[in-house]
Design a protein around this ligand. Structure first.
Ligand SMILES: CC(C)(COP(=O)(O)OP(=O)(O)OC[C@H]1O[C@@H](n2cnc3c(N)ncnc32)[C@H](O)[C@@H]1OP(=O)(O)O)[C@@H](O)C(=O)NCCC(=O)NCCS
Length: 439
């Protein structure tokens, strides 16, 4: 049998951990009225249907800003904004109802598709909409009466949960209702973050109209803490209204307990799937969780460590370590975990009587090399040595001596090693011995 794996099979298999991880989770997905008006809406909804069929509980929040503006223009009325907030008078409210109603019907129609030979074939989706969001008027701010512009007062999370339990996709619109029997126009971003918080959603996903979030150097950060996202918002740079609104909603959701908020460029085909089913995604994730971190290894890491070191043992870069040895030595290992996967490991064997330690088994996963992780792990272990009063660190290596020399190690002789280690030096392997005095 050929060992070459078909790329389709390879990708499908690689997405398996994400399929398992996302099943039964609640995702709130928000997009603007531009997405509803776009010809790509079908493809987006195909992907939403696919997520649903994989067991994801989905709440869609669809904006309708351009549709509302168009409805006003048809009446020869101007859209009136104060900052980013619409002032909704009686006429504007009428336009909001009209635009939101049409948006809702469009989504319900497309989610009902089921033609044979289409990606929706056999999907039989049920869509639930309703008065899930209660609103209160924004009121008068700085002398401006916002009239029928509202903000979320309460989200009927129980009602939404029941529909999700029933297998429906819930669609929320930028309208909220009040106990006075009135309707208010609410920003869809506010609806989305309030719903995600009230539902205890696992993710808030914002589909951006532009290319994404970029820093001052033009780079797209894959991850931000809410604090860093705040710095982006208040940097004074023009991020564009769309990015700013999505970032603000992501920050609010994270601060309200939603573990992860993703910002994904909608117009890049399949971006939603690539964000959710590949390790590094394609958008920006705002999270207060440690997505990647250095930590001491535990027994359940043995499998991951074996996966990291086995190819290098095969190549003779590392000395073979039997499984039992790894089990016994697991407390000597430190790992870097990235989104549930071990991407680097190293072991530290201390000889406290001689204030020296051996660094062994330093490996960074090939996909994650040359991004400083090797150096990061080394620094972490050096700090550990410092805390334990170990003043020198040595390593035995056949192929990586230059890397260590660039990190402050120097060649040394066998007799500089602890006595008990010298007798285990493999003369056949002829590893180079490098030593680093620690500050
Ligand atoms: C050595 C290793 C741990 C470095 O990890 P890393 O995360 O890529 O390290 P950093 O990002 O801090 O450093 C990358 C730099 O080291 C260089 N480098 C990587 N392997 C090297 C080697 N064997 N010799 C010399 N330089 C090397 C890279 O070319 C890169 O240089 P650049 O920044 O000029 O492009 C990683 O390459 C690895 O896992 N190698 C295989 C296992 C191994 O040899 N382990 C040591 C045995 S004890």
């Amino acid at each position: 049998m050929s060992t070459k794996v078909d790329p389709f099979v390879q990708h499908f298999r690689a997405s398996a951990p994400y399929i398992h991880a996302h099943r039964g989770r609640t995702f709130v997905i928000m997009f603007g009225g531009e997405a509803v008006a776009s010809k790509d809406l079908r493809t987006l909804l195909y992907d939403v249907a696919l997520l649903h069929s994989l067991g994801v509980r989905i709440v869609l929040v669809a904006g309708a800003r351009p549709q509302i503006d168009e409805a006003l223009a048809r009446r020869s009325e101007e859209s009136r904004f104060e900052g980013d907030l619409r002032v909704t008078d009686e006429v504007a409210l009428q336009c909001v109802k009209e635009a939101v109603g049409a948006t809702r019907v469009e989504l319900e129609s497309l989610l009902s598709m089921g033609l044979p030979n289409s990606p929706m074939s056999g999907a039989r989706l049920r869509v639930a909409t309703g008065n899930f969001v209660m609103a209160q008027p924004v009121g008068v701010l700085d002398g401006v009466d916002y009239q029928y512009t509202g903000k979320p007062r309460r989200v009927d999370s129980e009602g939404i949960r029941q529909r999700l339990d029933d297998g429906a996709i819930v669609v929320l619109t930028p309208i909220g209702y009040s106990s006075t029997g009135e309707a208010f126009n609410i920003s869809s971003h506010d609806v989305a973050s309030a719903a995600a918080i009230a539902l205890g959603a696992d993710k808030l996903i914002g589909l951006l109209e532009g290319q994404g979030v970029f820093d001052a150097e033009g780079l797209n950060p894959s991850q931000l803490t809410p604090h860093e996202a705040e710095r982006y918002l208040h940097s004074g740079r023009d991020l564009g209204h769309d990015v700013e609104r999505h970032l603000a909603a992501a920050i609010e959701a994270c601060q309200g307990g939603v573990p992860r908020a993703h910002l994904v460029a909608r117009q890049s085909d399949g971006a939603l799937l690539r964000e959710l089913f590949t390790r590094d995604g394609v958008g920006t994730m705002v999270t207060s969780e440690a997505f990647e971190g250095v930590r001491p290894a535990v027994r359940s890491d043995i499998g991951g460590i074996l996966t990291l070191i086995a190819p290098l043992e095969e190549q003779g870069v590392l000395v073979r370590r039997p499984h039992e040895m790894l089990e016994n030595d697991i407390d000597k290992f430190t790992v870097i975990e990235r989104d549930g996967m071990l991407v680097a490991c190293a072991a530290l064997y201390a000889y406290p009587g001689e204030s020296i330690a051996e660094l062994a088994c330093l490996v960074v996963h090939p996909d994650y090399r040359t991004s400083g992780r090797g150096g990061q792990l080394l620094q972490y272990l050096e700090r550990q040595c410092g805390a334990r009063g170990l003043r020198r660190l040595f390593v035995l290596t056949t192929q990586t001596s230059h890397w260590f020399r660039e990190h402050g190690f120097d060649n040394c002789e066998l007799d500089e090693l602890p006595k008990s280690r010298r007798s285990h030096y493999d003369q056949g392997r002829r590893s180079k011995i490098l030593l680093k005095p620690l500050g």
